[in-house]
Design a protein around this ligand. Structure first.
Ligand code: DC
Length: 237
């Protein structure tokens, strides 16, 4: 797997696989495993919104000020690097991989992601990830807005209860305390926000394949997606 922070793109058509869906649907894990299996680049678009929120907060920018946050997004000095621990995110050379995963960064990201100006500011940066031999694009609007011509589009879902349970398990495994009910309420609030905003809301593209992972182990989801990919695109892997 490789990740790119910058890139010029190319006019040669290449395989882009978009995986959209709500928080906790397993997108992150599936995308990382897919990128490894296929040797493709990986775009974690949610990380860009998280990085924007973290950078804005660090610079003392009010997250309610759309124009100022969009300016932060345009000037974001970000780099992604593959490592044994997964993909690391750097802001002006500083490793902020942990900071962007904090609950506060997630809430901030959800807020700034609703701004059309911020989405516009991050569009070219996301499209620059489209490089040979192919790309796995993880997000909410990858198939609808960022890569509408992608040959494979997946919409990965799971019930809100199951997503809350997965998050709960994840927090306990990390030794953090968690409240299942509060997590469920948080997930439901974030879903509503992501689906009801007017700018590039979370919704399945028309030509999307929907996969409900509520009662599917991750390996099963991965195998299903790999099967779809091999049916849709000719891969030299
Ligand atoms: O996938 P995530 O939890 O890292 O995303 C963080 C926030 O960013 C989430 O509220 C949805 C938003 N987001 C978005 O609006 N569009 C994307 N392509 C990716 C994420």
């Amino acid at each position: 797997m490789s990740v790119l922070g910058k890139g010029s793109g190319s006019s040669v058509k290449m395989p882009v696989i978009t995986i959209d869906g709500p928080s906790g649907s397993g997108k992150g894990t599936i995308c990382q495993k897919l990128a490894e299996a296929l040797g493709f680049h990986l775009l974690d678009s949610g990380a860009l919104y998280r990085l924007t929120a973290v950078a804005a907060t660090e610079q003392g920018v009010d997250l309610a000020d759309q124009a100022a946050v969009a300016q932060v997004a345009r000037q974001l000095d970000v780099q992604f690097k593959s490592s044994e621990k997964g993909v690391l995110a750097f802001l002006s050379g500083r490793d902020v991989s942990r900071d962007i995963r904090l609950e506060e960064a997630g809430m901030g990201a959800s807020k700034v992601a609703a701004y059309p100006e911020v989405r516009e500011a991050l569009l070219d940066r996301q499209r620059a990830f489209e490089q040979q031999p192919g790309l796995i694009a993880d997000g909410r609007d990858m198939g609808t807005t960022v890569f509408p011509d992608a040959p494979v589009k997946i919409f990965l879902t799971a019930s809100a209860e199951e997503r809350a349970r997965r998050r709960y398990q994840q927090l306990l495994e990390r030794g953090e305390s968690a409240n299942l009910r509060a997590l469920l309420e948080d997930i439901q609030a974030r879903d509503t926000k992501d689906m009801q905003r007017s700018a590039s809301p979370l919704k399945p593209a028309e030509d999307v394949i929907e996969v409900d992972s509520t009662s599917m182990p991750i390996e099963e989801v991965l195998n299903l997606v790999l099967k779809v990919v091999s049916e849709r695109i000719k891969l030299s892997v």
